[in-house]
Write a protein that binds this ligand. Structure first.
Ligand SMILES: *Cc1c(COP(=O)(O)O)cnc(C)c1O
Length: 377
């Protein structure tokens, strides 16, 4: 089966990981974690990066650092991998779903503005409250889905009026630019994932990035068991064991050195899918003119009544396509969560097929995947 997204390793990965093992520093002590954090902060244009054990942990810490507390609501897209929703729920919050924008696949700035102006008030303390239930809106998380930048600038402008902190889930968008700047610079915290299927992998891993020094301290403190004194095992808050091990950072450092090349290859793959499919009348997702996407996964749109048979036919032919994520508001745990209209979310999921997009796919492989899709549509 041609996988959706497969990592590629060079000798650099093998030698850096071997060095880490040979040094004896395989766990969370060791110099490579700090080096990886510096390289990440530089790549993303962020003041601070804290490397952690996975992207979900990074999201959990981000919500904690933003002050999300039990009983809060967290504004979120329903169209995303469940990790961002779960991270908020780990803090005792409940999601409140806002629709996405066809143009970006990310949260729709107009839908957000409309939802807040129709449903939210500011209380005496300047906190945003959902009028109907009186519950505080503790944060908003947006996701740069499939690597495509959401319009974070417009979303941040709306959220500022309501005093709601923004978290950017950039798990899929490392290497993408919006209006010339690396994705992730509009939120209080920007999170990354380095799972095996992402553009940069550490095996398992993640990171939380921020420009705010106090927030960075809090993220780091919470990720290291809330330790206040190393020698005497003193702790001053309930923290988590979320730090990234040194072996994983070694892998990440070697991977990060090749990211620009990976983005270039993936953009070429996207062009090839577009050319072949558009000629056959099949739409693919194309970036906005202000965006430069890493095209983590390419998406084609088919008729809703053809989606499942296309997916089955492709997989039978050894091509590992998948649908988009299932809508989070349809999961049993989040069935009753408050929401605005989710029409675009439901429509996109009904029509989307995600296509194999590994950076090392050859032109011939991309053409034959596209040809098979055309034959099945
Ligand atoms: C991969 C991913 C995550 C985090 O996943 P982990 O497996 O915990 O590293 C979060 N959000 C999105 C959108 C993702 O694609």
């Amino acid at each position: 089966m041609i996988p959706l997204h497969e990592p590629r390793f060079s000798r650099d990965e093998v030698s850096l990981v071997s060095e880490a093992v040979a040094s004896g520093w395989v766990s969370t002590g060791g110099a490579l974690v700090g080096e990886f954090e510096h390289a990440l902060a530089a790549k993303c244009g962020a003041g601070h990066a804290i490397a952690v054990c996975n992207g979900t942990a990074a999201l959990h810490l981000a919500f904690l650092a933003a002050g999300v507390r039990p009983g809060d609501l967290v504004l979120a897209p329903s169209l995303t991998f469940i990790a961002a929703i779960n991270g908020a729920v780990y803090c005792g919050a409940e999601p409140c779903f806002v629709d996405v924008d066809r143009a970006t696949l990310g949260m729709c700035p107009a839908a957000l503005e409309e939802f807040l102006s129709a449903n939210a008030d500011l209380d005496d303390a300047g906190q945003a409250i959902l009028r109907e239930t009186g519950r505080r809106i503790g944060a908003c998380v947006i996701v740069h889905l499939m690597g495509h930048p959401a319009d974070a600038a417009a979303i941040a402008t709306t959220l500022r009026k309501y005093g709601i902190p923004l978290i950017e889930d950039g798990s899929e968008s490392l290497g993408s630019l919006a209006r010339g700047a690396p994705v992730g610079g509009h939120g209080l915290v920007h999170t990354l994932s380095f799972n095996g299927n992402k553009i940069v992998t550490t095996g398992g891993g993640g990171a939380a990035l921020t420009d705010d020094e106090a927030v960075a301290k809090k993220l780091r403190h919470l990720s290291t068991q809330g330790k206040s004194d190393e020698l005497y095992y003193r702790h001053d808050v309930v923290g988590y064991n979320y730090r990234m091990p040194n072996v994983n950072a070694a892998l990440g450092l070697a991977q990060l050195a090749h990211i620009d090349q990976a983005v270039e290859s993936k953009r070429k793959i996207a062009d090839r899918y577009y050319e072949t499919l558009v000629a056959a009348g099949i739409k693919t997702f194309v970036e906005q003119d202000w965006a430069r996407s890493n095209y983590w996964l390419n998406v084609a749109f088919v008729q809703p009544d053809r989606r499942d048979s296309v997916i089955r036919g492709m997989r039978d032919a050894g091509i590992g396509v998948r649908p988009l994520f299932a809508a989070n508001h349809e999961h049993p745990m989040y069935n009753d969560a408050p929401r605005g209209s989710l029409d675009t979310t439901v429509d996109l999921i009904a029509r989307a097929v995600c296509l194999p997009s590994s950076p090392h796919l050859s032109e011939q492989e991309v053409s034959s995947i596209a040809a098979k899709l055309v034959a099945l549509v």
